[in-house]
Design a protein around this ligand. Structure first.
Ligand code: DMJ
Length: 623
């Protein structure tokens, strides 16, 4: 094995010249160029530029002559008349949000307002969506038979296990998926378990992790609140189960206890563990929290403040992001540990995989969550996101050899240390987040038509599509058709023989290296999550086809006859050795994203909802 070399500019196949500061004229010419989806930046010769100036003049004349009756949001979120001001809009820098309707308006009209027409379900995809629903039913039936009320099912031993503090995490994680799928019997069972047992559990249980409990349990309750008709029926997906107020009351009780993680800490960085029955909190042994963990609770706490009318949840949670804004970073990238004692980052390890991932996801999603309320108080999140994604493209993105897969590696010793061509499956959330951040939930076609995409957005969208391909190939390269937990990529500086995925017919068999310790699969959602978002945004049916292929592999190798699905030990051999665990996110995320991928765009439209990092949809504010 040859050792990897320190980062070298030559290795970056992304053109760094594109990231330099642009003059206003360049901004203008690029804005106009985006009208053509098949742009070629390199071909912007002087002649073409003059033609562009001419075209621009004509466009201005046309725009000025339009009636000033339309309104639009300016940068500060105020409504201004457009028409004569459209010139300003063309020159304006991001962030720009498309006008939004409330979630129910989109539903009532029966079509998505994201620019695409409803994809009238064709029978093939309707049947495939039904297969996902059946899979969810099978997963739930195993859980309810052998593990009802436990956090997770061990499907082979046919028993339950409490790996997340004992709040019945699978019940709450699965609940909104059942609502979206219209599985009324599951909504009833899960809902009545929540109503009968959860409050008591919360008041009696001991240590839980702030992040895991927030994203799975609090997030699940909040989404159930909304989908069951909370907020006066903005969306009522079910008549089964408890009334929305029940979910809200339990969510408040839980969040009041979790708040101790923020209020006990000497800095704005919360402690990572909470003792529920005492409402006390303490730091992790060693004092460092994961950056992703402390920066991925804000969607949930913000929404709770909005619906409860009590600002305290949002105030505490947002202090973390406001504080991180002030800390030194490496081109927007942050170390994966942060100390609640000092408020500073710990170490230099930079990655978008475990402990780093959802920090980047929440920067853009918390900004999007504000909807038409977006104002200068939150613009900093968008700026941090854009800077971080530039940093990703500059410092972390490389191409594998021999076939040139685009991947996101790691900097375990910071930007001055060696680059590692290691990519966790967890990084596969990134294509979806990049695409969402670029179009803000609109289709690519619509965003281009309305000239809403900045240069950064276009770069991010391109990277999203390239990375989604790599994530899919991480499945395709193995004997089972399921991805390993971690992959390494063959580069000029790094190679290792004899560690292929087991599918000799894969074009990328020599690009992807899978080490023995990384060959397991935990039924994770990130790739299908990105396929879902990219399908909604690009409308390219290849993403559906890929999702179906992955679903079939889950069916073939992870389904347990007596009920439930199981994690695997080794995806590179057939038949794979099975682990004995069904993670809660298989019901909360993986099957939900697959179901939505094969279904109608108007269900949970991306310009009206943000999914928390556990796939619980929360509405974007519109007032
Ligand atoms: C989920 O709990 C969340 O998506 C989290 O952000 C990362 N890991 C798991 C799923 O893989």
């Amino acid at each position: 094995m040859s050792k990897s070399l320190p980062y070298s500019v030559k290795d970056i196949h992304y053109d760094n010249a594109k990231f330099r500061h642009r003059s206003p004229l360049k901004v203008l010419s690029q804005s106009l160029l985006t009208l053509n989806t098949k742009r070629n930046y390199a071909s912007c010769s002087t002649g073409k530029f003059l033609i562009l100036i001419l075209v621009f003049g004509l466009v201005c004349l046309m725009l000025m002559s339009k009636s000033p009756n339309e309104s639009a949001l300016n940068e500060k979120g105020k409504v201004t008349f457009v028409g004569g001001l459209r010139l300003g809009r063309l020159l304006r820098k991001p962030p720009r949000l498309p006008p939004r309707l409330s979630p129910d308006e989109g539903q009532l009209r029966g079509s998505s307002t994201n620019g695409s027409t409803i994809s009238i379900s064709d029978p093939k995809w309707a049947a495939r969506q039904q297969s996902v629903k059946d899979a969810f039913d099978h997963a739930w039936s195993g859980y309810r038979k052998y593990a009802m009320g436990y956090d997770e099912l061990m499907p082979i031993s046919q028993k339950g296990v409490d790996g997340l503090g004992g709040l019945g995490a699978t019940v709450v994680d699965a609940l909104d998926t059942a609502m979206i799928m219209g599985l009324d019997n599951v909504v009833s069972e899960a809902g009545s378990w929540v109503e009968t047992h959860l409050l008591e559990r919360i008041s009696q249980k001991g240590q839980v992790n702030l992040f895991e409990t927030t994203i799975r349990v609090l997030g699940g309750l909040l989404s159930a609140y909304h989908l069951s008709g909370g907020e006066q029926g903005t969306m009522n997906m079910t008549h089964n189960g408890p009334k929305p107020a029940i979910y809200l009351n339990i969510a408040k009780d839980l969040a009041d206890r979790l708040l101790s993680a923020f209020t006990s800490s000497p800095t704005p960085v919360p402690f990572c563990d909470v003792i529920l029955h005492e409402s006390t909190a303490h730091p992790a042994p060693g004092g460092a929290s994961s950056t992703a963990e402390v920066a991925s609770v804000q969607l949930e706490f913000n929404y709770l403040s909005a619906i409860s009318g009590d600002p305290k949840y949002s105030t505490e949670a947002m202090k973390v992001l406001a504080h991180i804004k002030t800390l030194p970073k490496t081109e927007g990238l942050v170390p994966i540990y942060i100390s609640s004692q000092t408020g500073e980052f710990v170490g230099e390890n930079i990655r978008l995989g475990s402990r780093g991932d959802s920090y980047y996801e929440y920067l853009i999603k918390v900004w999007l969550q504000q909807g038409t309320k977006v104002n200068s108080n939150f613009t900093y999140l968008h700026d941090m996101y854009i800077e971080a994604m530039k940093g990703v493209r500059h410092l972390l993105v490389r191409n594998s050899i021999p076939k040139g897969l685009v991947f996101v590696g790691e900097l375990p010793y910071g930007s001055k240390g060696e680059f590692s061509p290691k990519m966790d499956h967890l990084v596969c959330f990134l294509p979806g987040t990049l695409a969402l951040g670029a179009t803000k939930g609109l289709t690519k076609e619509q965003a281009l038509k309305e000239n809403l995409l900045s240069f950064e957005d276009l770069e991010n969208l391109k990277l999203a599509e390239d990375l989604a391909k790599t994530c899919f190939e991480m499945y395709e390269v193995t004997a089972t058709g399921l991805a390993p937990e971690i992959a390494y990529f063959h580069t000029a500086e790094y190679s290792e023989d004899g560690l292929e995925g087991g599918n000799k017919s894969s074009v990328y068999a020599n690009d992807i290296i899978i080490k023995h310790a990384d060959r397991h699969n935990l039924l994770r959602p990130e790739t299908v999550e990105s396929l879902f978002v990219l399908y909604r945004i690009t409308k390219d049916t290849k993403y559906r086809d890929q999702g179906w292929q992955i679903f079939e592999a889950f069916e073939k190798y992870t389904k347990v006859k007596s009920g439930g699905y199981t994690s695997l030990d080794d995806v590179t051999e057939v038949p794979p050795h099975r682990r004995d665990k069904m993670e809660t996110f298989f019901l909360g995320e993986t099957l939900k994203y697959l179901y939505l991928l094969f279904g109608d765009d108007s269900v949970i439209p991306l310009d009206k909802f943000v999914f928390n990092t556990e796939a619980h949809p929360l509405p974007i504010r519109n007032t």
